[in-house]
Design a protein around this ligand. Structure first.
Ligand code: HPA
Length: 232
């Protein structure tokens, strides 16, 4: 089984209707949309009710494992720090830097019965999925390095200047936690980012977002590309 993890729900993939399914996990119940060979997981819940720092990432990934998922592509909205990926563009993320904090549960390996493991992150994203997607979409951008902030507030201009100096290209609030858990679960993964704004202090005096219609078009394009990549 293959999975697409997105911010907002879809009710069909590749023209195939999906069935709303509830999966019980050790970490809580998860609502997913299940098709023949593909699962769609709306990470914030189907009504987009959970902010990024309160998403139950462990339950989400455990539910994918429960359904036998071994490959997943995540779709992430980002702000642009460098011109690697500009607002309105789609690209594959090459690596990440984690600046989250607070009380996010970032691991399945919490000691005791769960054990202790340190998952290598040298090559975060799956090379063969990457190659497949690149072949299907040769003009797809390299979105570069994703810096993950805790949110839900947006960053200050000083924070974005810092991330730029550290070599980060795009900023978002979900990828590092989700991808770390996917890797712990042994799920091969790829991350597709779409930029909806210049980050604070970049190019514009104040953050402003691209329109909802443009976002809907980008999401549709990415979902189709994910389906093709996963179902080859
Ligand atoms: N910052 C953090 N997360 C985001 C942004 C941003 O500017 N845009 C979309 N997700």
């Amino acid at each position: 089984m293959k999975a697409i993890i997105g911010g907002t729900g879809v009710d069909a993939l590749d023209g195939i209707p999906l069935k709303r399914t509830l999966v019980q996990t050790l970490y809580g119940e998860v609502e997913l949309f299940v098709g023949d060979r593909l699962v769609f997981l709306p990470r914030h819940g189907s009504s987009h009710s959970l902010p990024p720092h309160l998403v139950n990432y462990r339950a989400n990934v455990a539910a994918l494992t429960e359904l036998g998922v071994d490959q997943a592509i995540g779709i992430y909205a980002v702000g642009s720090i460098s011109s690697a990926l500009k607002p309105g563009e789609i690209g594959m993320v090459s690596d990440f830097v984690d600046f989250t904090g607070g009380s996010r549960e970032q691991t399945f390996y919490t000691g005791g019965e769960s054990g202790v493991r340190h998952i290598p992150m040298d090559d975060v994203f799956d090379a063969s999925l990457k190659e497949r997607m690149q072949t299907l979409s040769p003009r797809l951008k390299d979105a570069g390095v994703y810096v993950c902030t805790n949110g839900p507030r947006l960053e200050t201009k000083a924070e974005i200047r810092l991330y730029a100096r550290l070599g980060c290209d795009v900023v978002g609030m979900t990828l590092s936690t989700e991808v770390s858990l996917l890797r712990e679960a042994g799920i091969r993964t790829l991350a597709l980012a779409y930029s909806i704004n210049w980050a604070a202090g970049v190019e514009q005096a104040n953050v402003s977002f691209i329109g909802d219609e443009q976002i809907a078009v980008l999401r549709e394009e990415m979902t189709q590309l994910c389906c093709k990549t996963l179902l080859i």
